[in-house]
Design a protein around this ligand. Sequence first.
Ligand code: KG4
Ligand code: ZN
Length: 327
Amino acid sequence: MITLSIESSCDDTSLALFNNTTLLGVKTASQNQIHQAFGGVVPELAARAHNQNILPLYYELMSEFNFTIKDIELIVVTYAPGLIGSLLVGVEFAKTLSIINNIPLKKVHHLAGHLHAAHITQEVPYPFLGVVVSGGHTNIFIVEDIDKYRLVGYSLDDAAGEAFDKVAKMCNLGYPGGPIIDKLAQKYTKSEKIAFPRPMRNSTELHFSFSGLKTAVSTYLKNNPDYDVERVAASFQDAVIDSLFEKIKRAANEYNMSNIVISGGVAANSLLRKYISEQLPTHNIYLPSLKYCMDNGAMIGYIGVKLYEKYGADDPHSIHPKATETL
Ligand code: KG4
Ligand code: ZN
């Protein structure tokens, strides 16, 4: 079964092609250059760019495999959550293709996609502790099956990726901040770090909070105008990873989970990847390949095919984008 999948919930337009659950190819149009000047995603500009990018991207991907729309047997699209204007572009594109060509359509929740990004390249057994750490989300789920999710931890304020982006903006480093801070932190080889706070670290709850840390960095920068940016990056990153690690470990113990999936853009962080695997040697840690950590059409396609196989298609007329929607 040849499937076309579409992701447009934030600032990446990304389309993928699958043969059953085997990924054939993925193409992504990034908008980083557009949003860089603002230090974060500007929703109206994101929607306009999706609108410009989606059709050329579709033709580019299809022509690479010599496919026409007649070859497509299933279409999968992200319908929620995300920026409404961005979601609208992908959903309307998918609905149009589906209705005009009479192709089954399956809707997918964006976080279900992230939680299955590791499955694209490896076998991951259920149940697993599914952690999504991205620009919009910091959540811990118990994932019992392709359609059974229980939210057990979440951020009370900023998402982890958002904190990376905001700290990078404060230091005038550019957007997105995560990869820039990751690289700068690697350059800082001294052991002496700034003692930034680890909010919620010692609470027994499985929730996170990153806004206090962001404020602590802002205060430090104001009080130390000649700050060492590599030291700030390394110290801030340590604080985020410490906070994430503590809750992941606690959740895995509390729910007796030996399989752990870490996904979302922040799962691309080199220290996080290394630290979690080193610190939890008796657990099975599943990390998506770097290219599937960030928003992409492949993760949406994988879980869309699985859901379609189990439940069949959705009525295209009943699919509407939603800015907020629980998994
Ligand atoms: O999953 P994603 O592409 O979009 C959302 O669904 O939000 O995640 C983007 C986020 C951004 O906040 C970005 O700064 C962060 O992931 N990110 C990283 C790294 N690469 C991307 N954060 C830390 N370290 C990285 N290497
Ligand atoms: Zn995402």
